[in-house]
Design a protein around this ligand. Structure first.
Ligand code: ADQ
Length: 509
């Protein structure tokens, strides 16, 4: 097997194009020129290490607006080696409001996370979703060739595979779904569920984080679109093609996290954080600020703990790092107010002798600062109410792998399937969560180390390299199946498979 970091042969005919709603960078026009800031999201953390290793393109919206006619914005080589290219897409302001804030953030996101009451169903936003997916298709068709493999990311672009295949029949297009896929009885609530799933059924392969999301998707396809499925082999016999579906949970580049954690500057920074905070125990939560992440519930569990175990009052500090997210959506603005109120209430009640029990940071951190915070913490509390996977849990384990750190994990995070060595706590139950925090703090060192090394084993074995290899295995089996089918239909013209030809040329890793 080739190593993930082995340099690639030059890409001559076709390559990989990643397409996602937001890309690695956000552009903003300021009085002093164009400001470029790195985007913070699980999707970016997952895709960046892969695309950095290959000759590929990343087509995404960079956060800038254009007119109706403008589709393509800047095209930027993002490494000195020109290895990969970021192709910016422009949206109009109404599209950003209706497609992105409306359909994606205020309808599909809550629906897939089981927050049905937060989902807003509006024909206008759905029409915008269709329009923007067509826009992305146009941009992808303009910037890729027929042999390119198109790898679409997430729920923002479910119709894109169908629009692409209409223009380029048999295109090599796959999709990775980063969030939970809900059971059919929930997904069927979406008034446009059939068209949505039919769009996805133009993919050769669709990847999810867990077997249960795979099962939910297979059943939804059968129940909503009436297609035949083979649940054992993960196949959907769709109207356009046979779609392969599989569970491939994203891994992280743990070596990179370990390397940063061993840098003397980062170790010093971690020691500085601890001495600034004082007390005996530091517990951390790191999240995008989102109501699915369970931040208020976690804070209320800490409040309950301080009430019930007063001995911990001056010993324990909870650090919540929240990166601003979707600040244009009302639900996110009120979440911020709610969190700040709870933090104020706890600190008002429990600050003693200048010891502040909750530290709250509302900003993105650099990778080094993030790792220093993980390193400084005796425990990470990762307790989403619902989460596709959750990379923070894996990042904490990678940083603390040789130590006695403790991970508390919600059973409602996809990562709980892999990270079985974590202490589990139901985020909806403040008593259980507080009890598990106490159990983790009082756990003996041998047990802490035993659990952490089991967690580290899982994070290392199923890392970003493993994920990427697994995705490619799925693509390869599709290419083989397409080859066999073409062989069987001897003499008949076949579109062939872009993936097959790429793999045969040794273009993939
Ligand atoms: P997200 O919902 O964005 O991802 P998550 O998987 O936890 O959630 O990833 C967040 C990323 O942002 C992590 O890499 C973390 O390090 C980083 N981050 C968080 N706070 C930060 C801060 N203050 N400063 C800097 N970086 C910060 C979506 C799904 C998840 C799924 C991923 C990947 O919702 O369930 O795990 O995609 O598929």
């Amino acid at each position: 097997m080739l190593d993930f970091f082995e340099p690639l042969k030059p890409n001559t005919k076709g390559g990989l194009t990643v397409v996602s709603n937001r890309g690695p960078y956000t552009f903003r026009k300021t009085a002093r020129g164009m400001q470029v800031t790195p985007s913070v999201s699980g999707l970016v953390s997952a895709i960046q290490p892969v695309i950095k290793q290959i000759h590929g393109k990343w087509v995404a919206w960079g956060g800038r607006y254009g007119s109706e006619e403008e589709i393509l914005g800047r095209s930027i080589a993002l490494q000195k080696t020109d290895k990969w290219l970021f192709q910016e897409i422009l949206l109009t302001e109404p599209e950003a409001a209706e497609y992105y804030e409306g359909m994606c953030n205020s309808c599909l996101w809550p629906l897939c996370h089981n927050f049905i009451e937060k989902s807003v169903f509006e024909e206008k936003t759905w029409q915008s979703y269709r329009r923007v997916n067509r826009k992305f298709a146009e941009a992808v068709l303009k910037t890729t060739g027929p042999d390119d493999m198109i790898w679409v990311q997430d729920f923002h672009l479910a119709l894109l595979p169908g629009y692409l295949c209409r223009q380029r029949p048999g295109a090599g297009v796959s999709l990775f779904w980063h969030i939970p896929f809900p059971p059919p009885e929930i997904f069927a609530i979406l008034p446009w569920a059939e068209e949505f799933i039919k769009g996805l059924l133009n993919c050769e392969f669709i990847g999810f984080h867990t077997e249960s999301y795979v099962r939910n998707f297979l059943l939804s396809a059968r129940e909503i679109c009436g297609v035949t499925i083979d649940a054992t082999r993960g196949l959907i016999f769709g109207p356009e093609r046979t779609v392969r579906v599989g569970a491939v949970p994203i891994g992280i580049d743990w070596r990179e996290f370990e390397k940063i954690a061993s840098q003397p500057g980062v170790v010093r920074k971690a020691a500085g954080i601890r001495s600034d905070i004082g007390g005996e125990y530091v517990i951390i939560g790191v999240d995008r600020m989102d109501y699915t992440k369970g931040i208020p519930e976690r804070l209320m569990a800490i409040e309950y703990l301080l009430e019930q175990w007063p001995d911990y009052k001056e010993k324990l500090t909870f650090v919540q790092v929240a990166v601003p997210s979707r600040t244009d959506v009302a639900a996110y603005r009120s979440l911020r107010r709610q969190i700040e109120e709870i933090v104020g209430r706890i600190n008002g009640k429990y600050t003693e002798n200048f010891h502040v029990p909750v530290r709250y940071l509302f900003k993105p951190l650099s990778r080094e600062d993030l790792v220093a915070h993980y390193l400084a913490a005796d425990m990470a509390v990762v307790t989403p109410l619902k989460d596709g996977l959750n990379l923070v849990a894996k990042e904490y384990v990678a940083v603390k792998s040789d130590t006695d750190g403790v991970l508390i994990l919600s059973p409602f995070a996809g990562a709980a399937v892999q990270l079985t060595g974590a202490l589990k706590a139901n985020p909806y139950d403040p008593r259980e969560l507080a009890n598990q925090v106490i159990a983790g703090l009082e756990m003996d060192e041998t047990e802490k180390k035993r659990r952490m090394s089991a967690l580290a084993r899982s994070v290392r074995e199923q890392d970003i390299n493993w994920w990427w290899q697994s995705i490619q295995q799925y693509w390869l089996s599709n290419a083989e199946a397409a080859g066999e089918a073409a062989g069987e239909a001897a003499g008949e013209a076949s579109h062939g498979s872009a993936i097959g030809s790429m793999l045969n040329q040794g273009i993939m890793l």
